[in-house]
Design a binder for this molecule. Structure first.
Ligand code: SF4
Ligand code: F3S
Ligand code: FES
Length: 232
């Protein structure tokens, strides 16, 4: 099929304002949007900038807006777009470094603020080397372990568009993963971080985050469970 690709371009070092470049690309319907970008970079314009690593939906580095919706370019097949017109733009609400590459540092600062790691200074059990957990206890946070930190959720959230100070759904998902882990002892500290106007209470239950998540994490539900933990 012939695909008409429109790509957001902006190099703040030389451009006064962004523009869109258009490329006509020959591709198979089973190829992915990432394949289109690779073709353009290899054969049309080597200066096109975008992030990618695994190319298989695991690393989270190629989240972008594809025909207006946040997605991983390596997971979107051309045939699933139901059109030969494909527009690719950077994630909203983040500073553009170049073309489709955005500055992820504020996103990771929010992520770090919730202590996204297991905290337990108690001595290990005498009879073993591990802190045991039942399958039921593990199930409690199984869903939120799936996050790959792609930022598709946070950058689709109207509360985040209104204020980049909002900690955002991705940080809350990663807080949930440890707050509900029976082995962890820092839940109260994480809840204190989230119990602020720009913490979990800035979520207006818009559901955009859950719809955008390429890992199908039930984000809005996780946020509700963190709010519930704060109301206990
Ligand atoms: Fe990406 Fe989903 Fe994690 Fe958000 S929760 S960063 S959309 S994987
Ligand atoms: Fe935003 Fe998701 Fe809440 S889109 S408002 S974080 S439910
Ligand atoms: Fe790793 Fe797409 S390149 S998720």
């Amino acid at each position: 099929m012939q695909v008409h690709l429109k790509v957001f371009r902006f190099n703040p070092e030389i451009d006064r304002k962004p523009r869109y470049d258009r490329f006509d690309v020959q591709a198979e319907p089973t190829e992915r949007v990432l394949d289109l970008l690779e073709m353009v970079k290899n054969y049309n314009d080597g200066t096109l900038a975008f992030r990618r690593s695994c190319a298989h939906g695991v690393c989270g580095s190629d989240a972008m807006r594809i025909n207006g919706r946040n997605a991983l370019a390596c997971k979107v097949l051309l045939k699933d777009l139901n059109t030969d017109q494909v527009t690719v733009e950077p994630l909203l609400g983040m500073r553009v470094i170049k073309d489709l590459i955005v500055d992820m540092e504020p996103f990771f600062a929010h992520y770090r603020s919730v202590m996204p790691y297991l905290v337990n200074d108690e001595p290990l059990p005498e009879d073993g080397k591990e802190r045991l957990q039942s399958p039921q206890e593990q199930e409690r946070f199984e869903d939120t372990t799936k996050c790959i930190l792609c930022a598709a959720c946070t950058t689709s959230c109207p509360s985040f568009w209104a204020s980049e100070n909002y900690v955002g759904p991705a940080a809350i998902v990663n807080a949930h993963r440890f707050i509900y882990d029976s082995r962890d002892r820092a839940g109260a500290k994480r809840l204190a971080v989230l119990n602020q106007r720009m913490g979990v209470w800035a979520c207006r239950t818009a559901f955009n985050c859950s719809e955008a998540c390429p890992r199908d994490i039930q984000i809005t539900r996780a946020i509700a469970e963190v709010k519930e933990a704060l109301n206990r």
